[in-house]
Each structure stands twice: as C-alpha cells, then as structure tokens.
Design a protein around this ligand. Structure first.
Ligand code: NAD
Length: 356
C-alpha cells in the first residue's frame, strides 16, 4: 500500500490540498490505487505546534514515504522570525535531507486559457515546456554565507555559488532523459561569461550530452533566456538550470501560462521518491476565502501518480478531467474572464471529481 505523507502547510495550503486529496480518493476508487495518507505539519503550522518549521518526527515520516504531497508554506504571521527558523527553512531542509535534487516544473498552456496569459495568444498558444531546476545546490545552499561586520563597521552580506561535478551530472541526466520523452531538445542556462561555477556547469553538460545522441543540447546565458522566454517561449523544450536561475525562470514561465494557480511541480531524488507541490506560495492575501485555484495542487497529485507511484493511467485521467472542467467553462477567480462561470476552490475540486 503506497504511503503518502500529506503536508498542507499554511495559507491556502489546507484548502487546496483538501481538493487534491478528494480527487486522489476518486481516482483511487476508479483505478484501485490503494493509497494510504498520513497528514503532518510543515512551515508556519509546524512552528506554532513544535517551535520548528520541520519536526524530526515529520522528517522521519517523509523519509519512509513513497511520496509527499504538499500545499505551501509561509505567511506574514511568521515573517518576523529569525531567518534560520522561518517556514521556508522547513521546506528547504526537507528538500535537502531527502536529496530532492531535481525540480520539474512543466509550463503548459491549456488552450482554453490562452486569453489568460499576458502575452499574445499566438506567442503562447500550445506552449509546453519543462523547466528542470537543480534544487539542492548552488547559491541557496553554498557555504560560507551570512552577514558580517567589516573592519570599518559596515555590514556585508555574502553567499557562495558552488556546484560540484556530480551535482551537475545528475541534473544533466534528468534533463536529457526528460527530453528523450518529449521534444528531444535541452537548453542549458548559465552565466558562463561571468560565473566560474557555471563555466564548470557548461563543461559538464557538454561532457554528458554525447550519452544522449538523440537529444540536441544548446546553451544560453540567463539574461538572454529571461528575454527569450517572453519573446518566443515555444522555441524551448526542456530548460535545465541551477537553483537560483531556475527559481526565477520557472516563475516567468509560470506567468506565460496566465496563472500561477495552474502549475504543478515535482521534486525527485535518486530513489524515485518525490515531493509534489504547486509552484505558487501560500497566497496569504486570499487564504481562508475559499477562492484559491486548487488545480496546480490537483495536477501535482497527478504528477505524483505518474513519477513516484507508476500510475500513469490514473494520472492521464486526472489531467483529462481538468481539461474537461475548463472546457465546461468553470474558472476560479485567478483565471476568470468574462463569459465564464466563476467557481470556488471547493466547487472546482468537486467538478474535477465529477469529470473523473
Ligand atoms: P504567492 O504565490 O503565494 O502569491 C502570489 C499571488 O498569486 C498572490 O496574489 C496570490 O493570491 C496569487 N495566487 C497564488 N496561488 C494562487 C492560487 N492557487 N489561486 C489563486 N491565486 C493564487 O507568492 P507570495 O505572495 O510572494 O508569497 C506568499 C507566501 O508564500 C510567502 O510567505 C512566501 O515565502 C511563501 N512561498 C511559499 C512557497 C512554497 O511553499 N513552495 C513558494 C513561494 C512563496
């Protein structure tokens, strides 16, 4: 019986995760998935209960799980806490401790939502790109880091951008393998004209590429990639990049699709276990109002079925159900445009269940 640890987190997290579980239970009834759920706390909710954003007991459960389904963490209530104990640290620690080095962020524009994008429909219609972001290294984890006081009394903030060869090799392989199943193109994004860490990144990408002769490798500097993503995003198939550049570019890619509320993500480790979460944050501005879009979390649950639980038929069915609901004209507030039916978070979940 596959064991799923469910971490709703903060803000809209509990609302959207409830809808995803509802859909998973419906898929379970249809496909006999036999899933077992264990709910626990992460982020601000864990700080309130245990004084830390990720309790050791929660981490233990996650280590033993087949997959983790998460909502989102953080919010103004915990903003004043010292940096080392903030909600996001719980998530960073979870990613790091489980070795979740590969973050997969598809940016797919459902044709029904082409008008929701801020770009012209012809530039984004049919968009289907996959951003593969390295998640456990780079400047977000590099040591030394901190804020120090210089001899003249002025404060100086500092971080370290560091990548070892094995970290680049494994994310390269993930990107090439994903590309083999898609459009067979990998664009590696770096800043090799300025940063030595990414000179090595580029070298390793070149070294691994011949192992995947059916995949075409290209390179792009991150500033150009940011520009190309909004100028002609359909030129990309798989984009692979480091932690910080991936953080920024994947949010840009997210907005190409019109709503951050539509985008799922998966973070995988070498054993195939994974953490599945929507790309967006805890949206404190709309938490508790029942208006959040649960589709990113529902689609994250479907990625979980596909990548960690080997249930691609159930995953296909959930994705098709989401398409049907959009076809019917149902929209949460974030993707609503005139002429469509505005529905609540819960009604959107119910509609996906009905379409399943
Ligand atoms: P956010 O993604 O939470 O919100 C940005 C905007 O998008 C807001 O207007 C919000 O209402 C809207 N939005 C987000 N998700 C939505 C959904 N499902 N349906 C409808 N609208 C949605 O980003 P933020 O405001 O920068 O951050 C809020 C909090 O979330 C912060 O504490 C931040 O640290 C945290 N955060 C957490 C994660 C995570 O858990 N992985 C990621 C990003 C931000």
């Amino acid at each position: 019986m596959p064991n799923i640890v469910v971490l709703p987190g903060d803000g809209i997290g509990p609302e959207i995760v409830d809808e995803a579980i509802k859909v998973l239970k419906a898929a379970d009834a249809k496909f006999g998935l036999d899933l077992n759920y264990e709910q626990d706390l992460l982020g601000g909710a864990a700080i309130d209960a245990h004084g830390v954003p990720l309790a050791d007991s929660t981490l233990d459960k996650c280590r033993k799980a087949d997959a983790i389904l998460m909502g989102s963490v953080g919010g103004p209530k915990w903003d004043a806490i010292e940096a080392a104990k903030r909600p996001e640290k719980g998530l960073l620690k979870l990613r790091y401790e489980l070795g979740l080095y590969a973050n997969l962020r598809p940016a797919i524009l459902y044709p029904q939502l082409a008008d929701a994008s801020s770009l012209k429909p012809e530039i984004v219609a049919g968009l289907d790109i996959l951003i593969v972001r390295e998640l456990t290294g780079g400047i977000y984890f590099g040591e030394p880091r901190g804020i120090r006081v210089l001899e003249n009394g002025e404060k100086q903030g500092f971080n370290t951008y560091v990548y070892a060869e094995h970290e680049i090799e494994r994310i390269a392989r993930t990107a090439f393998e994903m590309a083999q199943k898609r459009g067979k193109k990998v664009c590696s994004v770096d800043k090799a004209n300025v940063l030595e860490a990414t000179v090595l990144w580029r070298e390793v990408m070149e070294r691994i590429a011949p192992e995947y002769p059916d995949v075409e490798l290209s390179h792009m500097y991150v500033d150009n990639a940011a520009m190309q993503l909004v100028r002609a995003p359909k030129q990309f198939d798989v984009v692979v990049t480091g932690n910080m550049f991936g953080d920024i570019l994947s949010d840009t890619a997210a907005m190409l699709t019109g709503s951050i509320g539509m985008l799922p993500s998966a973070s995988l480790n070498q054993s195939g276990a994974g953490l599945y979460e929507p790309v967006h944050g805890s949206a404190p501005d709309i938490a508790g109002q029942g208006i959040a879009n649960p589709l990113a979390t529902i689609l994250s649950a479907s990625m979980m079925l596909r990548y960690s639980l080997n249930q691609s038929a159930a995953a296909d069915a959930i994705e098709a159900a989401v398409g049907k609901v959009l076809d019917k004209g149902l929209r949460t507030a974030d993707i609503y445009t005139e002429g469509f039916e505005k529905v609540s978070c819960q009604a959107m979940g119910d509609a996906v269940v009905a379409a399943l």
